[in-house]
Write a protein that binds this ligand. Structure first.
Ligand code: F3S
Ligand code: FES
Length: 236
């Protein structure tokens, strides 16, 4: 099938403002949007810049705005867009380095701010090897462990667009994963961080994050659970 791609281009070293590159490509309906972008890069304009690595929805590097909705270009089939016109832009709310490549450093600063690691200085249990959990305790945190830090959620959040200092949905998902982990001992500290001015209370329950998550994590629900934990002072 024939596709018409409109890709937002911007090279800050050369361009005064972003501009639209328009490209016609031939693809199979079962090709991914990433294949169509690769076609442009390999055969029509090698200066086009994008990030991608695994091409299989694992690394999280190719989140972008496709026909107005954030997605991983490597997971989205052309035929599922329901149109032969595709508009592709970099994630919103993040500084564009070049074309579809945005500066992820502030995003990872937010991630690091919520202590995304297990904290437990207590002696190891009797088996000397691991801190066991019940299946129920594992299930409580397993949705959050699917997060691949692609930033599709944070880059779709109007509260984040309005103020990039907001910690954002992705960092809250990462915090949730440890806050509700029975082996962790720093939940109160994380809840304190998220209770600050740029923490969870910036969320206005817009649901964009949940709607775009390529791993189907119920992000808005998790944010509500973190809010409830702060209010009740109880980790359920
Ligand atoms: Fe933003 Fe998601 Fe809340 S889109 S406002 S973090 S529900
Ligand atoms: Fe790795 Fe798409 S390229 S998730």
């Amino acid at each position: 099938m024939k596709l018409h791609l409109k890709i937002k281009r911007f090279n800050p070293e050369k361009d005064k403002a972003p501009w639209w590159g328009e490209y016609d490509v031939d693809v199979e309906p079962t090709d991914r949007v990433l294949d169509a972008i690769h076609y442009v890069k390999y055969y029509q304009d090698g200066t086009l810049n994008l990030r991608r690595s695994c091409a299989h929805g694992v690394c999280g590097s190719d989140a972008m705005r496709i026909n107005g909705k954030n997605a991983l270009a490597c997971k989205l089939l052309v035929q599922d867009l329901g149109t032969d016109h595709i508009t592709i832009e970099p994630l919103l709310g993040m500084r564009v380095i070049k074309d579809l490549v945005v500066d992820m450093e502030p995003f990872f600063d937010h991630y690091r701010s919520i202590m995304p690691f297990l904290v437990n200085d207590e002696p190891l249990p009797a088996n000397g090897r691991e801190r066991l959990q019940t299946q129920e305790q594992v299930d409580r945190i397993s949705e959050g462990t699917k997060c691949i830090l692609c930033a599709a959620c944070t880059g779709s959040c109007p509260a984040f667009w309005a103020n990039g200092k907001y910690v954002g949905p992705s960092a809250i998902v990462q915090a949730h994963r440890f806050i509700f982990d029975t082996r962790d001992r720093a939940s109160a500290q994380r809840l304190g961080i998220l209770n600050e001015r740029m923490g969870v209370w910036r969320c206005r329950t817009a649901f964009n994050c949940t709607n775009v998550c390529p791993k189907d994590i119920p992000i808005t629900r998790q944010i509500a659970e973190v809010k409830n934990a702060i209010l009740s002072g109880v980790i359920a």
